[in-house]
Design a protein around this ligand. Sequence first.
Ligand code: NAD
Length: 503
Amino acid sequence: MARMETSSIIAARDRLGVRPGLLYIDGAWLDGGEGRYDQIHPAINEVVTSFIEAGRSGVDAAVAAARRAFDAGPWPHMAARERKRILQPIVEAIYAAEDEIAELQTLDNGMPITFSKGGRVSGRVAADMFDHYAGWIDKITGETFPQYTGTTNLHYLTFREPIGVVAAITPWNGPVLTFAMKVAPALACGNTIVLKPSELAGLAIAKLADILARSDLPPGVFNLVTGGPATGEALSTHPGVDKVSFTGSPLVGEKIMSTAGSNMKRLTLELGGKSAALVFPDTRDVRVAARNLMGLCSTFLSGQVCSTPTRALVHRSILDEFVHHAAEQVREVRLGDPFDPATTSAPIISKRQLERVLGYIDIGRWEGARLVFGGDRPGGDLADGNWVNPALFVDVDNNMRIAREEIFGPVLCVIPFEEEADAIRIANDSDYGLSGGIYTTDLTRAFRVAKAMRTGSVGVNGYSVMPNSPAGGIKRSGLGREGGWATIEEFTEVKTVMLNLDA
Ligand code: NAD
């Protein structure tokens, strides 16, 4: 266990010059809104800084600015070359600030610094995302169609046009990545934006907003409001908003979907999951599969990642070997100071979520699953933070609540299977459909099972989201896709122009 020093987090705050947060509206940093709230660090439960609760008044001002910038501004109509020339320096500015962004992200949510710097949610990946979408700007094309009948001289062509004002609402767990996944494509397509980060993690996003504030984006094209659920609701229901792009919990996603209809807002919803990874006896190495799956739950954000496979469906013949290697992996977990490069795992984000995770450990035991290890809280230096030792349940039945509900903590549930068809049936017997995993060396099986899994994406012997490939969910895991051309479609409307050449 790495020693937990409160002073390391407070020192990082001071070193990084963190100041109380402001709103960024119509090209200016502003005070105001409807009061302030504290951001607490989950590793020590001490206040890091405060942010403004924008509330309805702050949201009204930000949406009005974004509306003006869209309806009257140059941004939606700018030539591709000009829009590109404004986004490209933002790419370089994010690359240049990647270390600071990483430290701020660790100060936000306790993500171990090695992951925040080098992982798939780093500032570098955010810069890659901006680079990828800046590259699309001059390639967003429409279509032309052959004439359907010869009776008219009408010709049909389509354009992809920006949707309008986008409300982007992001979660606490990957603030840097989710910011880039929404802002970069929305801007590339010519939309204007009001972004609201999670009230639990606003620092890294404030830095990214500052980079945009220093760019040549016209005023009102990008706006930042901070706040909790009330501010989120004011934004997602605002009549001046044309599209909501939301990443967060299914409960909030469903609420947004039910209130978005009043002016037919477009929606992208990236929600939770209860993903399954299927480990077949022909996997190249049971040790690798067990370490990967246990590692996804026990290191990095300690299972607080939407796509984490939290149900390991393991063939009965390799079950004992799997559990043995999972236990070995957990011995390498180091909880503690998130700024220590030796630390492997994050605390649970809040006291409330900590209680939820501990509650699920009790539920699992009560339902009859066997807790092989973990699920308790470390004491000593870590007693003040929201820490939980990674847990492994075996003898799990897919009908148990621990197999059906998103726990969002360091808990892996192992479910045995005998036949491939059973594994597919169990994997698909879920309210969610975000991601899936398959461990096998049989290419035919890999293809067959990947096609049969009812999820938005599937990883065969590995999984990672990239800027140029789509990801997203089906069922309760969401609506729409983010990544590559799929996002361009999410942030544009198709307009058909009919041209009569006989007139
Ligand atoms: P959350 O739903 O509690 O909060 C997400 C955002 O919604 C925050 O900014 C919050 O302030 C805001 N919000 C809360 N109530 C709102 C309301 N009524 N109207 C509008 N906005 C509101 O989620 P969280 O705890 O920040 O994040 C964890 C969840 O996000 C998990 O379920 C996880 O699976 C999911 N997630 C999904 C993806 C994905 O790509 N599919 C990625 C990361 C996280």
